[in-house]
Design a binder for this molecule. Structure first.
Ligand SMILES: Cc1cc2nc3c(=O)[nH]c(=O)nc-3n(C[C@H](O)[C@H](O)[C@H](O)COP(=O)(O)O)c2cc1C
Length: 147
């Protein structure tokens, strides 16, 4: 059985809902899944042996990209002291396309994962507005196919 962990930061609950929906879909596809709020973990989690890491973060800020506030310190610790070589990742987040940097947090997390040598298994999920189950499930199936 493949082991996956979903680590998310969410202020108004949209990325949290998305995480729970991904968890349910992966569980139904026989993954062993753990979902954690980013406030309740730290980067030592990358030393564990998950087959797949899913990172979810909403975007804030007006003129510049701001990560969801709980995710920010975790992201700061995702730095050169870590290696993601050989690890698989998928990134997702909620945003709003009326802002200049639509889902900018997803872009910066993708960039950091790749810089640390991680393998992004498929295109990231960028949700515009309210998350919908069908869109999330479709993406999660893409992740499963690619992982
Ligand atoms: C003050 C403010 C700034 C925001 N800035 C952005 C932004 O720069 N880019 C974006 O895509 N969405 C932006 N959003 C939209 C949120 O990311 C969106 O509401 C998202 O669904 C929140 O997800 P969460 O509930 O998981 O935190 C902003 C929302 C607010 C209220």
């Amino acid at each position: 059985m493949s082991k996956a962990i979903i680590i998310y930061g969410s202020t108004t609950g949209n990325t949290e809902y998305t995480s729970e929906t991904i968890e349910e879909y992966l569980s139904n596809a026989s993954f062993s899944v753990k979902t954690v709020n980013v406030s309740d973990t730290d980067v030592d989690v990358f030393q564990d042996t998950y087959d797949l890491y899913l990172l979810g973060c909403s975007t804030w800020g007006e003129d510049e990209i701001e990560l969801q506030e709980d995710f920010e310190p975790f992201f700061e610790d995702m730095n050169g002291g870590l290696s993601f070589e050989g690890k698989k990742f998928a990134v997702f987040g909620c945003g709003d396309s009326s802002y200049e940097y639509f889902c900018g947090a997803v872009d910066v997390i993708e960039e950091r994962v790749e810089k640390l040598g991680g393998n992004l298994v498929c295109d990231s999920l960028r949700i515009d507005g309210e998350p919908e189950e069908a869109e999330i499930n479709e993406w999660t199936q893409d992740v499963i196919n690619a992982a």
